[in-house]
Design a protein around this ligand. Structure first.
Ligand code: PLP
Length: 396
C-alpha cells in the first residue's frame, strides 16, 4: 500500500490554488484593504484592482468589462441567471418559460424545479441522449409555437459528472432562432475549452474560480450587454445594480490571475490532460470487467475527464477502498458524494438505477503524472473485485 502521496484525481470537484494566484492575492487582504465602493483613496485603490481584474477577464471571454458580474461561486452565478430572468418576466406581468435538462448540475436543475413549484414558471425538461448530449432539435421542438413567451434555455457547456461537451454554438443558435435567451454553465469548461462568448453565441455564462486553480468562494456571471438582469439578492448598488454585496477584492484578483494562467498555457494543459485521460480510459476498460465509459467520447469529452459505470458495485464502497490506497476519486458530483440515491444525471441518460449506483469519475490535473495513472490502473481492478465480492456475499 502506498500511503506517502495522495493521488488526487478529483479535479472536477476542485483544484489546488496555484501558488502564483495566492501570491497575487496576498496584498489585497491587509495592504490594499479598502472597500471598492468607498470614495476615498483607500477605497479607490481596491476599486482599481477589481476593475483591472474585470478587464482581464473580459479580454479572455472576448466580452466587455460591463458584461462581467462578480459573484461568490458558480452556484450563485447559475441562480442569478435563472432567478433574475424569472423576476424580470414576472415584473412585466409575463409567465416565464425555462428550458433545461436533468443532466445539469443541481445549481440549475434544482433551481428550475423550485421556480416551477413556487413561482409558476413553466419548465421544459429537454431529452438527454445516452451520451448526455442534448440535440439542438429538441430546443426548436420545445419552443415551437411559443410565440411571445419569454424563454431562457440553460444548458451546461460540459458535464461535471460525465464530461460530455455540449454543442453550445448550435444550442444557442436554436434558442435565438426560436426567440429565447441562452445561458450556459461553463464551470467545468473553464481552463479546458474556449470561453469566447461571441464565438459561442451565449447571452449568459457562469464560471467559478476554484475549478481553474483559483480560490474558492468567487465566481462570475457574464451577461451580454442588452440582457436585463434584476438582482436575485438586493442591497447595495454594486456590480451595476446586478449583484449586491461588498466585493471580495483578493478573491476577484485571484480569479483573474488564475484565468490568465489557465489560458496562457491552454494547449500544453490540454495535451497533458488528454494523454493521461486516454491512458486511463483505455486501461480501465481493458482491466476492469463490467466497466463502461459514461458520457461522450473523444473530442466531445472534456480533456481531463474519465467517467465510468461499473456493473455490480457500490460506488461509495469503491471510493473508500481507493481512498485507503491513497487515491482521491469521486462517484460523479462532489455535491452528491455520500448520497446513496442514484445520480439523476445518469438516470436521465437512460441508465438503470442499479447501474447508476456504480459510477466512478477520475479527473486529472496539472500535477497528475503518468506514474500516478499506472498506479491507479494497478489498484483499481482489485478494489472493484473486492467491492463486488462483498456485495455478492451479502446477496445484493
Ligand atoms: N456547475 C457545475 C457544472 C459544477 O461542476 C459546479 C461545482 O461542482 C457548480 C456549478 C457549482 O460551483 P460552486 O462550487 O462554485 O458553487
Amino acid at each position: 500500500m502506498r500511503l506517502v502521496k495522495t493521488i488526487y484525481l478529483d479535479h472536477a470537484a476542485t483544484t489546488p490554488t496555484d501558488p502564483r494566484v495566492v501570491e497575487a492575492m496576498m496584498p489585497y487582504f491587509s495592504e490594499v484593504y479598502g472597500n471598492p465602493s468607498s470614495t476615498h483613496s483607500v477605497g479607490r485603490k481596491a476599486e482599481r484592482a477589481v476593475e483591472l481584474a474585470r478587464e482581464r477577464i473580459a479580454g479572455i471571454l472576448n466580452g466587455e468589462r460591463k458584461e462581467i458580474v462578480f459573484t461568490s461561486c458558480g452556484t450563485e452565478s447559475d441562480n442569478l441567471a435563472l432567478r433574475s430572468f424569472v423576476v424580470a418576466a414576472k415584473e412585466r406581468g409575463e409567465r416565464p418559460h425555462l428550458l433545461t435538462a436533468h443532466a445539469e448540475h443541481h445549481a440549475i436543475s434544482h433551481t428550475a424545479a423550485q421556480l416551477a413549484r413556487l413561482m409558476d414558471v413553466r419548465v421544459s425538461w429537454l431529452p438527454v441522449r445516452h451520451d448526455a448530449i442534448i440535440g439542438p432539435e429538441s430546443v426548436y421542438e420545445a419552443l415551437r409555437g411559443a410565440d411571445g413567451e419569454p424563454a431562457l434555455v440553460s444548458l451546461m457547456y460540459a458535464s461535471n459528472e460525465v464530461g460530455t461537451v455540449q454543442p453550445i454554438r448550435e444550442l444557442a443558435l436554436a434558442a435565438h432562432e426560436s426567440g429565447a435567451l441562452f445561458h450556459t454553465d461553463a464551470v467545468q469548461a473553464a481552463g479546458q475549452l474556449s470561453l469566447d462568448v461571441k464565438a459561442l453565441g451565449v447571452d449568459m455564462l457562469s464560471l467559478t474560480a476554484h475549478k481553474f486553480y483559483g480560490p474558492k468562494g468567487v465566481g462570475l456571471l457574464y451577461v451580454r450587454d442588452g440582457v436585463a438582469i434584476i438582482p436575485a439578492q438586493t442591497g447595495g448598488g454594486q456590480e451595476g445594480q446586478r449583484r449586491a454585496g461588498t466585493h471580495n477584492v483578493p478573491l476577484i484578483v485571484g480569479m483573474a490571475k488564475a484565468l490568465e494562467l489557465a489560458y496562457a498555457d491552454l494547449e500544453a494543459h490540454i495535451a497533458h490532460y488528454r494523454r493521461l485521460r486516454d491512458r486511463l480510459i483505455a486501461g480501465v476498460l481493458a482491466t476492469v470487467p463490467g466497466a463502461r465509459l459514461s458520457g461522450a467520447d473523444g473530442d466531445q469529452r472534456l480533456p481531463n475527464h474519465a467517467s465510468f459505470v461499473i456493473e455490480g458495485i457500490d460506488a461509495n464502497a469503491l471510493l473508500m477502498h481507493l481512498d485507503l490506497s491513497g487515491i482521491a476519486a469521486s462517484s460523479g458530483s462532489a455535491c452528491n458524494t455520500g448520497n446513496p440515491e442514484p445520480s439523476d444525471v445518469l438516470l436521465s441518460m437512460g441508465y438503470a438505477p442499479s447501474s447508476a449506483l456504480g459510477s466512478l469519475r477520475l479527473t486529472v490535473g496539472r500535477q497528475t503524472t503518468e506514474s500516478d495513472i499506472e498506479y491507479v490502473l494497478g489498484v483499481l481492478p482489485d478494489a472493484v473485485q473486492r467491492v463486488r465480492a462483498v456485495r455478492e456475499s451479502q446477496g445484493v
